[in-house]
Design a protein around this ligand. Structure first.
Ligand code: SF4
Ligand code: SF4
Length: 121
């Protein structure tokens, strides 16, 4: 995980545009995340895995299913259906990880970094 294009002393507040949920790419989920999301949805873990996950391209684990247009299976308009239990990759963007050029597609706004830590999306 690395950080790019961050202004000194600033952090970024998510504006819930949903763009990061529409980008092509994987959303890896750990065993603990699978357990949490399945419980949140009231599903058995095996059913959740069968319905909502695929094997990652590098076969190192599981990722959430993407729709044919590349958006995440849990995106509902601009809302995340599993927001309270979304994977760490989702919660950590863009303050804990991002990529070169992320600010061209992410609508998060820069605010002075607060005492006590970095905000999650
Ligand atoms: S789990 Fe939620 S926050 Fe993460 S990509 Fe899917 S819709 Fe977006
Ligand atoms: S993190 Fe950025 S791209 Fe993702 S929903 Fe928030 S403002 Fe949009």
């Amino acid at each position: 995980m690395s950080l790019h294009d961050m202004e000194e002393g600033m952090e970024y507040l998510c504006q819930r545009c949903g763009n990061c949920c529409r980008w092509p790419g994987e959303v890896p989920v750990s065993d603990a995340e699978i357990a949490r999301i399945a419980e949140f949805l009231g599903m058995e873990q095996d059913d959740f895995i069968a319905r909502y996950t695929d094997v990652r391209l590098n076969r190192s684990g599981l990722t959430l299913v993407s729709r044919p247009n590349h958006e995440c299976i849990f995106l509902d308009g601009i809302d995340c259906r599993i927001n309270p239990v979304k994977p760490v990759q989702c919660a950590g963007f863009p303050n804990q990880w991002n990529f070169p050029g992320w600010r061209q597609t992410c609508e998060a706004i820069a605010v002075p970094r607060r005492e006590g830590g970095i905000v999650e999306s």
